[in-house]
Design a binder for this molecule. Structure first.
Ligand code: ADP
Length: 476
């Protein structure tokens, strides 16, 4: 089985969110199951190859985009036994950051076309091309258009939606850049409110569509979660699957993580307490292991439930707690936290940046991890929190519902806390309950931590589900 992953980000090269974690870990686990899997992604100037080794130039070709021919360098890197292909074009990818440019439609149209055109040149013909999110959603469309060509006719496509919110919607002109004719500009094809919708193309033209948790796959067929694509998803539901994301258990492991102040495991939880104290010190909070430290590590957007937090932030900070927020995002929420920090300087620390090392220290040093998302396709942060024994407090939606088992005080079951309604006071009530257990029932807290750290969210099971899916799709 040969599989080519197509994605716009991948750890350890470059990351803006959970997508990069998935692309940086699932292939390793598929490889363990005997799959020959490789990854192709853009060669952004922001990638620091000094940490991984530099890719080797393999070949240059030209990508025809309407009347223009764009340079495409194909570079290859073997990293930890996996082969990565990098698409090199300085005009499109030599820029700070990854997304948010006026010509993102053109940049990722180029990337998708380059992926398809490169295939005959790399000596690797995949059985399955596995595309991820809107950035590579046009690949299945382009492959479908080449079914007449012997090389492409048997290649099957799988398309995974990591977040339905970001669909890649661009003016119609982007079609001709990919040399697709106007027949694609129809309601049952790529047209969407008089524009082109990349994700819609991925859904319609791939052989199978998956998303990243069993609950989210049901939710997205409803108007509340469907982001305008619910009817298309319902129409194609026979090819829809929900496979839960796993976590890279080698990468995220408190007993080997050198980002931590002190490494620890379930058997040496004293190490977690030492992390907490050192984190408190670094954040200039009172060093006290007996005060619960609540963590938020997140993009600061509505999706992550920040309107709920806004509603009751003062009430939260009036409790006997400490809180640390690490994140970047909407100014509204950045300001909200900065102002709250001014009101509660001895309780709240706000760090408006993206910092992987600090994130690990916070997972390691905190007691509770707050993630009350409005919607959550899967969510990796709560999986990391579980692994580091920071109990997640989540809203029961998408992957949060599938991975966090709420504490049951009668049976002792559970690995965190959860509430159902998108309601700030339901969240606050649950948080107060959690804090009460922290202070008054140390035994229950310790048991919850044990359950959390013993939860198996590794890729093993899900990688097998993907392999089963590939085998099914290969037979189509
Ligand atoms: P999403 O992909 O929707 O942003 P996930 O929970 O799936 O959310 O994944 C987020 C990933 O990004 C996690 O690994 C989390 O630790 C990390 N992350 C989010 N914000 C930051 C930040 N400011 N600094 C470091 N890591 C962050």
């Amino acid at each position: 089985m040969k599989v080519l992953f197509v994605a716009s980000e991948c750890t350890p090269f470059i990351k803006t969110g959970g997508l990069a974690d998935v692309i940086g870990s699932l292939p390793k686990y598929l490889q363990d199951l005997g799959v020959d899997v490789r990854v192709i992604m853009p060669k952004y100037s922001g990638i620091d190859f000094s940490l991984t080794g530099y890719p080797q130039w393999q070949k240059s070709i030209h990508i025809s985009m309407e009347w223009r021919k764009q340079f495409c360098g194909i570079e290859t890197l073997e990293y930890k036994n996996l082969i990565f292909y990098f698409v090199d074009n300085k005009y499109y990818f030599d820029r700070p950051g990854l997304y948010g440019y006026y010509d993102d439609g053109e940049r990722f149209a180029y990337f998708s076309k380059a992926v398809v055109d490169i295939l005959p040149h790399i000596g690797f013909k995949p059985d399955i091309i596995h595309c991820h999110d809107w950035h590579s959603a046009m690949v299945p469309v382009l492959i479908d258009g080449r079914r007449g060509d012997d090389f492409y006719k048997d290649i099957k496509t799988v398309y995974t939606i990591h977040n339905l919110k970001f669909q890649g919607i661009f003016p119609k002109e982007v079609l001709s850049l990919m040399e697709l004719d106007d027949s694609y500009f129809k309601f049952d094809k790529l047209e969407y409110h008089n524009n082109i919708n990349f994700m819609k193309g991925g859904i319609i033209y791939s052989n199978c569509v998956s998303t990243v948790s069993p609950t989210y796959v049901e939710e997205i067929k409803t108007p509340f979660f469907g982001e305008g694509l619910e009817e298309i998803l319902k129409f194609h539901q026979s090819k829809l699957r929900g496979i839960l994301n796993g976590l890279d258990y080698e990468e995220y492991n408190p007993s080997t993580d050198s980002n931590l102040y002190v490494k620890y495991s379930l058997k040496s939880l004293g190490g977690k307490t030492r992390n907490k104290k050192m984190l408190q010190k670094e954040l200039a909070l009172v060093e006290d292991k007996n005060v619960p430290l609540i963590a938020i590590i997140s993009r600061l957007t509505e999706q992550k439930g920040f309107y709920l937090i806004k509603e009751v932030l003062d009430e939260i900070l009036q409790m006997n707690i400490q809180m640390v927020v690490l994140g970047v995002g909407d100014k509204e929420f950045e300001d909200m936290f900065i102002h709250a920090e001014q009101r509660y300087p001895d309780k709240l620390r706000v760090l408006l940046k993206f910092d992987e090392g600090l994130a690990r220290k916070i997972y390691g040093g905190s007691d509770l991890f707050l993630m009350p998302s409005l919607f959550e396709p899967c969510g990796l942060s709560q999986l990391i929190a579980l692994r580091y024994g920071s109990l997640p407090l989540v809203r029961e939606t998408g992957g949060l519902k599938d991975t966090v088992v709420p504490y049951n005080q009668f049976t002792g079951e559970g690995n965190g806390f959860s509430f159902t309604n998108y309601n700030a006071h339901d969240m606050l009530f649950t948080l107060k309950w959690a804090i009460d257990i922290f202070y008054n029932d140390k035994k229950a807290w310790r048991q919850l931590q044990k359950n959390a750290m013993e939860t198996d969210n590794s890729w093993k099971k899900s990688a097998q589900e993907y392999l089963k899916l590939y085998e099914e799709v290969k037979g189509y």
